[in-house]
Design a protein around this ligand. Structure first.
Ligand SMILES: Nc1ncnc2c1ncn2[C@@H]1O[C@H](COP(=O)(O)OP(=O)(O)O)[C@@H](O)[C@H]1O
Ligand SMILES: [Mg+2]
Length: 252
């Protein structure tokens, strides 16, 4: 390794620093900083409206920040377009699932598989791999319009995964799942992380999943990171418990 390569390997995979985004005076993300190391699983939690999805949109290039820095492997990516960020190795899911209804599960997943390639066979191979990991292989020829909400969420993950990202951003993909379905998805993410080295940053309300998956947790409240640490540390932090009071979504 050359010295610059060594520096890049030691740097966090993702380093967000002083990130700010306002919508007509509303500070959705206010001076937020966080890091994700290679190989980590990190959770971002916080009450509804805390700014979690906005932070993801900033990292993924769907929105441009007002201020702050977003570095991937030490390289600034803040303000870059979503397709550039995807090409750089960040895959993301959308909180609102909107597959192409007329296309099959496999075809929808292949949309993600075309990252950095126009090779249809390669896109298909990547999509098939993603569907196998997520236990969606038997459903691959179904039209996406016939999927239940939980299956739609898994398809959303499969599409992101088919782009073979180094960093996977998951936005509440376990919301509305039954505990057994949550456990299946948790197991799939563990396998991805352990066997394929995928680094994961997940927004999640389902604390059962956060506790099972995350090595570290950041808590966002009114756009600010108010706590970070192990799942045990943050869930016993009085500031965190207070931030959820009066909110519909207490950590559960
Ligand atoms: N595109 C937008 N335009 C205006 N306000 C927005 C937009 N996106 C999010 N917001 C507002 O920013 C705040 C944070 O929203 P969001 O990031 O979706 O929170 P979370 O994902 O934590 O529930 C909310 O008050 C929301 O209404
Ligand atoms: Mg959200």
């Amino acid at each position: 390794m050359t010295p610059p390569e060594r520096a890049a390997a030691a740097a966090p995979l993702l380093a967000v620093s002083g990130l700010c985004k306002s919508f007509r005076g509303l500070r959705a993300v206010a001076d937020a900083s966080l890091t994700v190391m290679r190989g980590e699983i990190v959770a971002l939690i916080g009450p509804n409206g805390a700014g979690k999805t906005t932070l993801f949109n900033l990292v993924a290039g769907a929105l441009a920040p007002d201020a702050g820095s977003i570095r991937l492997r030490g390289v600034e990516i803040a303000g870059q377009r979503a397709d550039r960020v995807c090409a750089a190795g960040i895959g993301r899911t959308f909180q609102i699932v909107r597959p192409f209804a007329d296309m099959t599960v496999l075809e929808n997943t292949m949309v993600g598989g075309f990252r950095g390639t126009a090779d249809r066979a390669l896109a298909r191979e990547r999509a098939e791999r993603a569907l196998r990991v997520l236990d969606m292989w038997p459903e691959r020829h179904r039209p996406a319009s016939t999927l239940t909400l939980p299956a739609g969420k898994r398809l959303e993950v499969a599409r992101a995964l088919a782009s073979e990202p180094e960093l996977l951003l998951l936005d509440e993909v376990m919301a509305g799942l039954r505990p057994t379905e949550t456990d299946r998805m948790v197991a799939a993410f563990r396998r991805l992380n352990a066997e394929r080295g995928v680094t994961i940053l997940l927004i999640e309300h389902v604390m059962r999943a956060v506790m099972a998956l995350a090595q570290r947790v950041y808590v966002l409240h009114h756009g600010e990171i108010i706590a970070s640490g192990t799942p045990q540390q943050v869930t016993s932090d009085p500031r965190v418990l207070r931030s959820y009071l009066g909110s519909a979504a207490a950590p559960h």
